[in-house]
Write a protein that binds this ligand. Structure first.
Ligand code: ZN
Ligand code: ZN
Ligand code: FE
Length: 745
């Protein structure tokens, strides 16, 4: 990878031991040739491994003896001849400890300089316009280095040797604080001034590495509520940034894996179990047992915190994703009425990139939103193949570009129904191809004809392939586990277009990237109003009840709603969609338990239902049944709904209903997987789809399947939700180009 300081490190090491030779990048990795005194060669080799810069990870090292060289000294070789390795651009990297010490050292020339960085840290992906990764092709091109910075940049013994964004207060970018009228106010220490505003409860828009955040003091409830009101965000939890690890450990439970994730160079948001929320605004993540926490990852963040300001709500304020439009002016325009002040800087952001969101469960750190810090580091594939682009889904969109053995995945782009996100999608799709100098032989899109991503693919005048949504989920999980399959794929999510035109989402597929058999699915249920039911779980509940009962039972949740028109729709079958969705099943059960009938973000009701279980499964389960129908197994939903409804009528608590419901699902899935395994002899199980963000369901199922002797493949590197879809699509595309594609049978 470029920009991680490996070659200068090797140069310094070789020079130190007076070794002759060179270092060069090749398509199969880094090639180093050295000659010198044998004992020193040995030390060189061992230090190569032990002292490598933090971002340069050596996966394997092979040694062999070659003929001696003529020539003098040690050279950093020209690698332009081979582009495979060279074209990797590193992600944006959190402030390193060396830079942090300098930042806080009054004697250092970069004391409190908010743009301090070095070879081991700083912005990368978001400032690169094109290759090669050289300063003129980054958004630093407008800043020429002062003599002192220049000296560091050219000195192989300096930590800033070839650090492209190298800067100092004399020559680099600077901050400005702008009021709501757009007037720039000058201060000696702009960051300190912004901190004062935050302490006063003001909402400050912060321009960061990958875009804008709205920040507010997380201890000030009035301020947090004001932010919710102004942003029009009612319930969706906010992420917070905490001053240090000690504070994170005070508010949240911290496992070793979670500590590692928080302090990693990627510095993602980690969803941590709450320990105490005393002192924090209750409006941050109400009703949730977890809190999204990250640590300061830029020098600017570090400068904002002190004794009196130690936790900030930090929520993304990204909007238009046009490249190099005047983003500052646009921020002023769009965030007017939300932010009380704007902390800006004059280093342009070439590519917007949100914070990554992760969770540590079943022993691994798992991506929920893979963005800053991880993108565009490749996901390594088991096989080489042609260049293919997967356009992703409609929600939580990402794009995947396969090149050689690398899957280059874009940052989280978002909801394609949002026009700005769609523009960002178009930009990123083209940018990825330019950046990695790869022209796809095939564009792969979702089977859904109306998806924006489908329409885009069809307009590109290139070969295209439509791939079924859940098949892509299965292939995605196989791909990130570098497994060829076949596997038994349990894919559970909210919505995916099926080959029969109905909405799928509770599927057991058996197969691999080339094709899969729909071995089992949930019983089809009527969804009145289609997409409208996603945000109104009470509608789903009515649909599910109407199919499960011949006469509608009387349940408390119906009293607050005007159910008649919906029942009429169901009766007449007007705008009623058939679905085997698992997400909707969660919604229906949540709603009939009397939980929120209307939600503000997808999955809210399902989360509430999971939380009601309080982290434990029930011992008794609802009835469920597996029925064979036209050569396919149907996991019957109606007995579950019948039992859940009568439990509600008997006054069983929502917590107990949730526990029994979860237990029912685990038993049902275990049973159908056993049948699939017996029918095929396959012992590998893939778990994919957004429903597996349900930690209770996920962890229990993994434990029980592993206990039963299955090899269970799960998502960790890419999200199990639709953010991982593009990878699966692209992999399926490769099997199509190889002539193996069969699709869903
Ligand atoms: Zn650094
Ligand atoms: Zn300088
Ligand atoms: Fe999905």
């Amino acid at each position: 990878m470029q920009g991680v300081g490996f070659r200068p490190f090797v140069y310094r090491l070789a020079t130190q031991y007076a070794l002759k030779g060179f270092i060069r990048n090749t398509s199969s990795g880094v090639l180093i040739e050295v000659q010198g005194i044998p004992s020193l060669l040995e030390t060189f080799c061992s230090r190569l491994k032990s002292d490598a810069p933090p971002l340069a990870k050596i996966e394997t090292m092979e040694e062999c003896t070659v003929a001696t060289l003529s020539g003098e000294g040690f050279m950093i070789g020209d690698s332009s001849a081979d582009s495979e390795v060279e074209t990797l651009i590193p992600p944006d990297i959190a402030l390193c400890s060396d830079c942090r010490s300098e930042l806080l050292d009054p004697a250092n020339r970069r004391f409190r300089y908010p743009f301090i960085n070095c070879t081991n840290c700083g912005p990368r992906y978001t400032i690169v316009e094109r290759l090669p990764y050289d300063r003129p092709f980054t958004s630093m091109h407008g800043f020429s280095q002062c003599p002192e910075c220049e000296k560091e940049y050219h000195n192989p013994f300096d930590r800033r040797f070839h650090a492209q964004p190298n800067a100092c207060p004399v020559c680099g970018p600077s901050l400005s604080l702008i009021d709501t009228a757009g007037k720039s106010c000058t201060f000696q220490d702009v960051a300190a001034e912004a901190a004062v505003l935050l302490k006063m409860g003001r909402i400050v828009a912060l321009k960061g590495i990958g875009g804008f955040h709205l920040a507010v003091d997380a201890r000030n409830d009035a301020a947090v509520r004001r932010l919710r009101e102004r942003k029009g965000r009612q319930a969706k939890p906010f992420a917070v940034m905490m001053r240090d690890m000690a504070l994170a450990g005070h508010f949240c439970e911290l496992s070793e894996g979670e500590c590692t994730a928080l302090t990693s160079a990627e510095a993602p948001v980690v969803l941590l179990k709450k320990r105490t929320v005393e002192g924090l605004s209750p409006s941050i993540a109400q009703g949730n047992d977890r809190l999204g926490v990250m640590l300061p990852y830029t020098p600017l963040h570090t400068l904002l915190f002190d004794e009196a300001l130690d936790v900030l709500v930090m929520t993304s304020a990204n909007f238009s994703e046009e490249p190099l439009v005047n983003e500052d002016e646009e921020a002023l325009l769009r965030l007017k009425g939300i932010a009380d002040a704007f902390l800006m800087h004059n280093r342009p952001i070439y590519l917007k990139c949100d914070d990554s969101v992760t969770i540590h469960s079943s022993g691994s750190l798992r991506q929920i939103r893979r963005s800053r810090g991880y993108v565009p580091a490749p996901v390594y594939l088991r096989e080489n193949g042609p260049v293919v682009l997967g356009t992703g889904g409609e929600l939580k969109n990402t794009i995947a570009l396969l090149k050689g053995t690398h899957a280059l995945m874009s940052q989280h782009i978002g909801d394609m129904k949002n026009f700005e996100a769609y523009r960002h999608f178009q930009h990123v799709a083209i940018h990825l191809q330019h950046l990695f100098q790869a022209v796809p032989e095939l564009l792969v899109h979702d089977l859904h004809p109306a998806y924006m991503t489908t329409q885009w693919a069809l307009r590109q005048e290139r070969p295209v392939l439509a791939v079924q949504h859940h098949h892509a989920h299965l292939a995605s999980c196989l791909a990130e586990n570098r497994d060829a399959g076949p596997a038994i794929g349990l894919v559970l999510d909210g919505t995916g277009y099926g080959t029969d035109g109905t909405i799928w989402g509770g599927e057991l597929l058996i197969g691999d990237a080339a094709g899969a058999e729909r071995f089992a699915s949930f019983e089809s249920m009527p969804l009145p109003g289609g997409d409208a039911a996603v945000m109104q779980p009470w509608r789903a509940a009515l649909g599910y009840l109407s199919r499960s009962f011949s006469t509608m039972p009387d349940l408390p949740f119906m009293k607050e709603r005007s159910i008649e028109p919906v029942l009429e729709l169901l009766q007449k079958g007007v705008s009623v969609y058939e679905t085997s969705s698992c997400g909707r099943l969660f919604d229906a059960v949540a709603a009939l338990c009397g939980m929120q009938g209307e939600i503000t973000y997808e999955g809210e009701a399902a989360i509430e239902l999971m939380l009601a279980a309080g982290g434990t499964m029930g011992h008794s389960a609802f009835r469920y049944a597996l029925q064979e129908e036209n050569g396919r197994w149907i996991m019957m939903v109606s007995p579950i709904i019948q039992d859940a409804a009568s439990a509600v009528q008997q006054g069983v608590s929502a917590s107990e209903i949730s526990r029994r419901f979860h237990r029912t699902l685990v038993t049902c899935f275990s049973d159908i997987i056993r049948k699939a395994s017996q029918a095929t002899g396959i012992k590998t199980v893939v778990l994919s789809g957004g429903v597996f963000q349900n930690v209770l369901l996920f962890e229990t199922l993994v434990r029980e399947l592993e206990g039963a002797g299955y090899r269970v493949l799960t998502h960790a590197l890419v999200p199990s939700n639709d953010g991982g879809l593009s990878l699966g699509q692209a992999i399926i595309g490769r099997s199509c180009l190889a002539g193996h594609y069969r699709g869903i049978q």
